[in-house]
Design a protein. Structure first.
Ligand SMILES: NC(=O)c1ccc[n+]([C@@H]2O[C@H](COP(=O)([O-])OP(=O)(O)OC[C@H]3O[C@@H](n4cnc5c(N)ncnc54)[C@H](OP(=O)(O)O)[C@@H]3O)[C@@H](O)[C@H]2O)c1
Length: 239
């Protein structure tokens, strides 16, 4: 039987992934850290390290368990993350950025990976962009100028990506939940009160029965942090 939180989550993720195979879409796992009051940072556009050392190691293990790791351009511009696996053994997942106007800077750390171009999802047809450090993936966007996430996942599946870890930021996490496309969540809750920028904003739902639900739930403390994980279920009648 698995004993550590890492072992438990690895086993759970693998089993859950098998249950989704028939859907022919990548498993989408939201993995991020928040304060006790639900903030992921103080202000949007600013980095804030919330996870303790052990939770950070867990994040690296989670990355190693996914084929792709996806963030929004807001996170790239704020944090300039590497999104690699450094705190444990394992292969770094393919970096994917939602960035409709291709604002990702050439000196972004995601564009410096040896032998792996960053995949940049955009809505604009820009044949004049000829950068060697990125691979453009074109999808449609909505009237609100948000990239069509269903189409993003379909293309990732075609490219052989079977699992995607969505690490943030708030707009992207919110959008995946709103679209009902996030399958599971691994949340690190750090013992801070921030009163800042929340991951989940307005989901546009007004009745309790419609609210996404996490079921079954798992919790375990790790250092000073609390790790909470479970499958996401959508739609009315999920009580
Ligand atoms: N605590 C944590 O675990 C954690 C993790 C990650 C980030 N963060 C923090 O979160 C903040 C960044 O979050 P953010 O909300 O400002 O930005 P974000 O979610 O990282 O990126 C949002 C941007 O992605 C693009 N996008 C394209 N299609 C989208 C879609 N369908 N849905 C949503 N976004 C789409 C949009 O830019 P375009 O219109 O230009 O395409 C949008 O403005 C930073 O301060 C960072 O430090 C915290």
């Amino acid at each position: 039987m698995p004993k550590t939180v890492s072992d438990k989550i690895e086993r759970w993720l693998t089993q859950h992934r098998q249950s989704l195979v028939a859907l022919q879409k990548p498993q989408v796992t939201l993995c991020y850290a928040q304060s006790w009051d639900g903030s992921i940072t103080i202000r949007p556009g600013e980095a804030l390290a919330l996870s303790g050392d052990a939770s950070m190691r867990l994040t690296h293990l989670l990355r190693s368990l996914h084929d792709g790791i996806l963030v929004g351009i807001g996170t790239v511009l704020a944090d300039n993350p590497q999104l690699t696996v450094r705190e444990c053994e394992g292969v770094s997942p393919q970096a994917i950025v939602l960035d409709s106007a291709v604002r990702i800077p050439e000196n972004a750390r995601l564009c410096q990976r040896q032998g792996q171009k960053c995949w940049v999802v955009t809505s604009v047809d820009q044949p004049e962009i000829s950068r060697q450090d990125i691979e453009l993936i074109r999808v449609a966007s909505s009237a609100e100028n948000e990239l069509d996430l269903e189409q993003v996942l379909a293309i990732l599946w075609q490219k052989g990506v079977r699992s995607v870890m969505v690490e943030g930021g708030a707009k992207v996490i919110n959008a995946f939940i709103k679209a009902g496309l996030a399958d599971a969540i691994v949340l690190t809750v750090a013992p801070r009160l921030v009163g800042g920028y929340k991951a989940i904003d307005n989901l546009g739902l007004s009745h309790k029965a419609e609210l996404p639900r996490i079921r079954p739930i798992h919790t375990q403390s790790l250092g000073d942090d609390l790790i909470m994980w479970g499958e996401l279920h959508y739609g009315s009648g999920n009580d």
